[in-house]
Design a protein around this ligand. Structure first.
Ligand code: ADP
Length: 553
């Protein structure tokens, strides 16, 4: 209400009677309505006012001279449908009024009850206001709804876009995961490969180290001097035996090396040989004399062998020097032995041949006094040949380990005494046998005799001045011991230990002593078979004692 008090309402009054119009205005003023009136009578005025005056309410007389309230109402409906329309009349019946209100007229006021007009105007204005507000709010709501719809559509679109993006993202993510998995697998394979490679490298390194150790061990355990050469010919390793043999230390070795120990006479040839071998495919060998730390030059067999890589190319040389001094001496011995053996055999055979030739000449004259002498001579020569051959046979038998012994129990003194009865060297020597007459041994009779005969023969041969030879039989340390003692010139101590070696003979400086150097060797072999001992003691100018032991029975 208070709003209406302030608010100025524009009231369009459709009335042909001026008095009525005044009355109406007065009534409205009286009610306190703050308003601007506009009074019109004709249709065209009315229509223009509707558009230009823009009334808040229309108050119309029912019957007008030019047109009527119903037409005015219809015009208003088409031009300004929300503006309230109140009819004021004294002539309209109740029925008409109801019909008018039903068709949309806001209200009806009888001219006789004009004081109700202001209240009705108020109400109509309020209703119109409410309707307008509602329309406005409806419009607003509609606009909001539309905006909401638009926003919703936008949101939907955005959502769709978002979903699309999400899907793309998901797909990209899946691809990424796939890629990641691939990378992981590749990484795994790579690390496996890496591990495998590392393992292989480690195994190879270990194998190499092992083979290096094995190689070094081998180089250190072989009995030879050994070294390795690079392909260029530099020596990059010597085994310990080199340092032991030459007495050179590392620095001296580096300074002078292999050539410094070679005998001056062998140097040129050996340098040639080294050069020649290093150009060869399979290496080879040659002989030199190399100086030992004590200054002695000893013969060595030098061997140079190439170590090849997988392609068959030489990557290193291994050299060895084998001490062949003993071998050389043995060879020398053998050569000497053959010439001695030939000579030894030739001498009695020449005598035998001469005797036989003479005998042949005398075969028609058997009464010749020379005949028995020649026969004895021939027999002696034959015997010598026989003994020599026997020795040789024994040696070779021994070689093949065929020296058989037949052990029996017998009285040692008795057997030795009997055997010595036939040995007196044509009565030049006196052999004196003495000892324990009860001593029984378990041995080969013939072989025991063979040893005693050998000792006595040697005494006669190498100690001719000793006219008396003593043979002693005794028991010692649980064994039976036989010693043959002469009073000859004796044997130098340094020669004693070689006496029982095969082919060993002492150079006596003359050709009076013949022999093959086999007798004592065979004796030693026989005693070995009996598990006994054999030996010799000697003193220069005093004489020698040769002895052996046999198991007692
Ligand atoms: P062979 O008599 O055939 O030379 P042996 O083996 O019987 O061979 O003797 C070896 C060496 O021992 C002889 O060359 C000799 O020099 C030395 N020998 C052996 N017995 C005696 C001895 N009683 N006195 C001095 N030297 C001896």
């Amino acid at each position: 209400m208070s709003e209406n008090m302030i608010k100025v309402s524009k009231v369009l009054i459709l009335e042909d009677n001026e008095d009525d119009a005044d009355l109406l205005c007065r009534e409205l003023k009286k009610s306190g309505l703050n308003f601007i009136p506009k009074i019109v009578q004709k249709q065209d005025e009315y229509e223009t006012s509707l558009i230009e005056f823009l009334p808040d309410i229309i108050v119309s007389d029912y019957s007008l001279p030019s047109f009527d309230a119903v037409t005015a109402f219809q015009i208003k409906q088409s031009l300004s449908p929300l503006t309230p329309f109140i009819i004021v009349s004294g002539t309209i019946g109740e029925e008409n009024a109801v019909e008018l209100i039903n068709s949309g007229v806001s209200d009806y006021v009888s001219k006789s009850n004009l004081f109700t007009l202001s209240a009705k105007i108020h109400r109509a204005l309020k209703d119109a206001e409410i309707i307008r507000e509602k329309l406005i709010s409806d419009e607003k709501a509609k606009v909001q709804a539309e905006e909401l719809m638009v926003a919703n559509r936008e949101l939907l679109l955005q959502n769709k876009e978002k979903e699309k993006r999400t899907q793309e993202l998901r797909r990209a993510n899946e691809l990424l995961i796939d890629e990641k998995e691939k990378v992981r697998r590749v990484n795994q394979e790579l690390s496996k490969l890496n591990t495998e490679l590392e393992d292989r490298v480690a195994a190879r390194t270990k194998a190499l180290a092992n083979s290096e150790i094995r190689f070094r061990n081998m180089m250190e355990t072989i009995p030879q001097i050994a070294w390795t050469n690079t392909v260029k010919g530099e020596v990059d390793f010597y085994n310990q035996r080199w340092y032991d043999y030459t007495g050179l230390d590392d620095a001296q070795t580096r300074l002078s090396g292999l050539t410094s120990v070679i005998h001056p006479d062998d140097l040129k040839e050996s340098l040639n040989q080294f050069g020649f071998l290093r150009k060869s495919v399979d290496g080879g060998e040659f002989q030199i004399r190399a100086r030992r730390t004590d200054g002695e030059y000893r013969w060595h067999l030098i061997r140079l062998i190439p170590i090849k890589n997988v392609n068959g190319r030489t990557r290193q040389w291994v050299g060895t020097a084998t001490d062949i001094q003993e071998l050389k001496a043995l060879q020398q011995h053998k050569d000497d032995f053959i010439s001695i053996a030939s000579h030894e055999l030739k001498t009695p055979i020449t005598t035998l041949k001469a005797s036989l030739q003479l005998l042949d000449k005398m075969k028609d004259n058997p009464s010749q006094t020379m005949l028995p002498k020649l026969i004895t001579q021939a027999n002696k020569s034959l015997e010598k040949v026989y003994v020599l051959i026997e020795d040789l046979l024994n040696t070779s038998k021994e070689n093949e380990d065929q020296l058989q012994i037949k052990q029996i129990k017998f009285n040692l003194l008795k057997i030795i005494t009997e055997c010595c009865e036939n040995l007196s060297g044509d009565g030049i020597f006196k052999i004196n046998v003495q000892g324990d007459p009860t001593l029984e041994v378990y041995a080969d009779v013939v072989r025991t005799e063979q040893i005693v005969i050998n000792f006595i023969n040697n005494a006669m041969k190498y100690a001719p001045d000793s006219k008396e030879i003593e043979v002693r039989v005794e028991q010692q340390a649980g064994m039976a011991k036989v010693s043959v003692i002469d009073k000859g010139a004796g044997i130098p101590t340094q020669n004693l230990r070689f006496l029982f070696d095969r082919y060993y003979r002492i150079n006596h400086g003359g050709s009076e002593y013949t022999g093959l150097g086999l007798g004592l060797y065979i004796c030693a072999e026989i005693i070995k078979k009996h598990h006994g001992l054999i030996g010799a003691e000697s003193e220069i100018g005093v004489g020698s004692t040769f002895w052996f032991t046999l198991p007692v029975a």
